[in-house]
Design a protein around this ligand. Structure first.
Ligand code: DHE
Length: 516
């Protein structure tokens, strides 16, 4: 009998059929020390499906087996068999049973102030144009390069939090840059002294961050948990956690939060509730009308300022919004619906939908641009699922032209000093192509393939609109800099999967050719 049991035990250990319940045990043994027993992250990143972004399962298995270069993640192939590795990869792609709690106490517990912001020197500690710098996010090895836009040489390169995502945001004077990671870390970096000032983890999975136009506040929009978190821009002290709950009691992930400077407010789109929120931040912003979502008593959690400084106004809309874009007045918001079938125009003053836009094919409104033609404003947007750029008349809200491209694309850029817009088509088979549109004729005038076969995307102009920087988004990638007028190549800089790059001047002046 003993021999039979032994043989059975041998058989089961040799059979690569791992019970699902073994995955949590393996995780606790091999991963929890760095990634947290709750998978919310510790010295290593959070291992949740929401945070793993576009990482594919086979890639996850490879990382578990072989480790990740230039990080502290070691390979586990010598300790785990292929089935165990598969089970672990399966486990990290399984959503948590309940939305994790990440309230004021947890947020405060992560706050690090490296430098007293009041002790910083008033002038840059280097000589170049401070308003023509670029912050370049390199996700290949989780670094950021600060690039001098005049001589195209890096000023410095530093390690960032894991998986930065979304546009870097600047203080109104362009001195500080704020970076958000998918894991919820917000970093404040001083461009004058080239050092990190403060960091805080505002969420478990963060969508993006907005900076108030007066530079006083940051508003962080989270997917996990369902919150908005207000921070003091000086040192990132948390001010308030606002639960994102619709008027029927359903909570929602945040799709995006952006600043509306003339309104002194943050505007927030929601993924799971048919509402658009506006959160005024001016000192005299008080309860001016019915419809506030949160009062201190009802809603917000452990706010520092009594009464909850930030109060959200809700606007009911007929759809969930995945992304949005302002008109020049910031009175109107163009939103893309979650199913990608149509667009809505919402008037923030009248507080309701005022038009629908014919926009199938998942428009990527956040990276659209505004340009003027014969005295009228037009908006141009790429689509994630259609090989086309849509041009929308911002007076009639009609789609006046659809420019066929080589494939669906992610990003679009222009500048006040150029007659062109640059797009990528990186979501299709021609992922190595960059196309240039003449905004006068609305025709494609040039297609570039500077790195054949490699994913090439995300253009950004320098402050003068004379140079265009493009990313070759590969592990061993590069930035390629073009002359905006001749389309000729100027320079290449090797980089590790450079994704986004953000010019200080264009951002702080809310250039109509770039994202805000
Ligand atoms: Fe992004 C910006 C959402 C996938 C690179 N992306 C943004 C913003 C949002 C968003 C809401 C605006 C943030 C801001 O600037 O404040 N991104 C999404 C998605 O929903 C999507 C499709 C799925 C997801 O995984 O979240 C997505 N994004 C990606 C990528 O796969 C990209 C190409 C590579 C990456 O880093 O993950 C990517 N997103 C970017 C970049 C920006 C961005 C470079 C900044 C655009 C800009 O120029 O301002």
């Amino acid at each position: 009998m003993k021999a039979l049991l032994f043989a059975l035990a041998l058989l089961t250990s040799a059979t690569p059929c791992l019970a699902a319940e073994d995955a949590p045990r393996l995780f606790a043994e091999h991963c929890a020390a760095c990634h947290g027993s709750d998978r919310l992250g510790a010295i290593g990143p959070a291992l949740l499906p929401e945070n793993l972004g576009r990482l594919k399962r086979p890639e996850a298995e490879k990382v578990i087996a072989e480790g990740r270069a230039a990080t502290q993640m070691p390979g586990h192939a010598d300790k785990l068999n292929p089935e165990q590795i598969k089970a672990l990869a399966e486990y990290v792609f399984t959503p948590l049973a309940a939305t994790p709690h990440w309230g004021m106490a947890e947020i405060r517990g992560t706050h690090v102030i490296n430098v007293d912001p009041t002790s910083l020197p008033a002038e840059p500690q280097w000589k170049t144009d401070p308003l023509n710098l670029f912050t370049v996010v390199e996700t290949g090895d989780h670094h950021v390069t600060i690039l001098d836009g005049d001589n195209l040489k890096p000023l410095t390169r530093f390690q960032s939090r894991f998986a930065l995502h979304g546009g870097a945001k600047y203080s109104p004077d362009g001195r500080f840059v704020y970076l958000a990671s998918r894991d919820g870390w917000i970093t404040k970096y001083d461009l004058y002294t080239l050092q990190i000032v403060a960091e805080i983890r505002a969420g478990v999975n963060t969508r993006n961050v907005a900076v108030s136009h007066d530079g006083r506040f940051l508003m962080v929009g989270n997917m996990l948990p369902h919150t908005l978190v207000a921070l003091d821009a000086r040192d990132l002290t948390p001010l308030q956690v606002i639960p994102v709950v619709g008027d029927k009691g359903v909570s929602s992930r945040v799709s995006a939060v952006y600043t509306a400077p003339p309104r002194a407010s943050f505007v927030v789109a929601l993924k799971d509730v048919k509402e658009l929120w506006e959160i005024p931040y001016a000192d005299d912003a008080g309860p001016v009308m019915n419809g506030f979502v949160h009062s201190y008593e009802k809603g917000h959690e452990e706010g520092i300022s009594p009464g909850g400084r930030f109060q959200a106004l809700r606007i009911r809309i007929p759809d969930f919004l995945d992304d949005f874009f302002f008109d020049r007045t910031y009175e109107r918001v163009m939103g893309a619906s979650r199913d990608g079938a149509r667009g809505l125009v919402v008037d923030l003053d009248i507080k309701r939908k005022m038009a629908e836009i014919d926009l199938p094919g998942m428009p990527h409104l956040g990276s659209g641009i505004i340009f003027s033609k014969e005295g009228r404003d037009f908006m141009a947007t790429p689509h994630l699922k259609e090989a086309v750029i849509s041009i929308i008349d911002m007076t009639t809200w009609k789609t006046v032209k659809r420019i066929p491209t080589l494939g669906p694309g992610f990003f679009m850029r222009s500048h006040e000093n150029t007659p062109h817009a640059w797009i990528d088509v990186s979501m299709g088979k021609d992922k190595d192509a960059i196309q240039i549109i003449d905004l006068g004729t609305l025709e494609i005038v040039k297609t570039l393939r500077p790195a054949p076969g490699k994913t090439t995307a995300h253009a950004e102009f320098d402050r003068w609109g004379k140079k265009v920087l493009i990313s070759v988004m590969e592990g061993e990638g590069e930035l390629i800099i073009f002359d905006a007028a001749t389309f000729g190549e100027i320079k290449r800089l090797p980089m590790k999967r450079p994704v986004g790059k953000y010019n200080v001047w264009n951002k702080i002046n809310y250039s109509s050719g770039t994202s805000h």
